[in-house]
Design a protein around this ligand. Structure first.
Ligand SMILES: [Zn+2]
Length: 313
């Protein structure tokens, strides 16, 4: 049986609290010693790991007949091949228990900002550089996309970063909707959709107004403005093209803050302001090189000539 997913028809910051009933419980066979239980609910707002995006965290709260409140943290959320969503918890809640589920809002916002930012970044890269996105990875401290392009210049990076930030400020609506398979196929044929998953049945399309439609089951913010900002970081050559590391929202602010603090500390050590750090370091490296050369010459001059008697010994 597949679980009804409340996040499908809402934006990422809606439906963060929901009522549900435990439909099944089983002991996680891979983790029998630590008593990790898997619970299914007839409906859930918890996003399970998938599509390159990590699962939500949060709690399930149950109230006993005596009125005692039991709050159980959800440690992991996975879906099985039938579409059932399993919530991993340390305390068992028996079948039929009524629960209130609460999603960790801060983590949900962070993940939805990175994920929605990736949609926008991929669309802008396609528009500006005609390069498609091959894969996406959203980690706890690193977000990357792989682009089907041999290389990106620093100028490309700056141009794309600015263009994506402009689309963020344009605050375009992001809306999920369901369409029948044949409608999605017609959109694909017209070029309104880039690709379609193999799966049969209705498709969930996510539209960024005026930018793109994408078949996607993830969590998205309600408009591009909520992405906040995007910062493109390093690039790396990979087998399928170029990997670009990026961050959105508060992650972008934290990354910029960390970099600035490092630069300021380095400047203080060198007694120069941040803009003069590179030239100061260059000068120090040149001086060090010259000193090493001088030292080598002095050592060579001080070496005893082989075969000559040394009067001091
Ligand atoms: Zn998506």
């Amino acid at each position: 049986m597949s679980t009804d997913r409340l996040y499908y028809n809402a934006s990422a910051l809606d439906a963060l609290e929901f009522a549900g009933t435990v439909t099944d419980i089983r002991l996680d066979s891979k983790d029998a010693t630590s008593q990790l239980w898997q619970l299914s609910l007839e409906r859930t707002a918890f996003y399970p790991t998938g599509g390159g995006q990590p699962h939500d965290l949060g709690t399930l709260t149950a109230v006993s007949r005596s009125g005692a409140v039991l709050e159980v943290p959800v440690e992991r959320v996975e879906e099985d091949e039938t579409g059932e969503v399993w919530h991993y918890v340390r305390k068992p809640l028996v079948q039929g228990t009524e629960i209130t589920g609460r999603i960790d809002a801060e983590r949900r916002l962070d993940l939805a900002q990175q994920h929605s930012g990736q949609h926008l970044l991929s669309a802008v890269v396609l528009r500006e550089l005609s390069a498609s996105t091959v894969s996406f990875h959203l980690g706890a401290d690193k977000v990357t996309i792989d682009l089907a392009i041999p290389a990106l210049t620093d100028d490309d990076l700056r141009r794309i970063e600015l263009a994506v930030n402009r689309e963020i400020y344009a605050d375009r609506a992001i809306r999920p909707r369901w369409v029948a398979r044949d409608e999605a196929e017609a959109m694909l044929a017209r070029g309104d959709l880039r690709k379609l998953p193999e799966r049969e049945g209705p498709m969930r399309l996510v539209e960024i107004e005026g930018i793109e439609h994408n078949a996607c089951g993830g969590t998205h913010v309600a408009s591009t403005g909520v992405i906040g900002s995007i910062l493109l970081r390093r690039t790396e050559k990979v087998k399928q093209g170029t990997r670009v590391e990026f961050c959105c929202g508060l992650r972008a602010i934290s990354a910029a803050r960390r970099d600035f603090d490092l630069l300021r500390q380095t400047g203080a050590l060198l007694s120069v302001g941040a803009p003069d750090v590179p030239s100061r370091v260059e000068k120090l490296l040149q001086d060090a090189k010259a000193s090493a050369k001088e030292l080598k010459a002095l050592k060579k001059a001080a070496e005893p000539v082989p075969g000559m008697h040394n009067p001091e010994r």
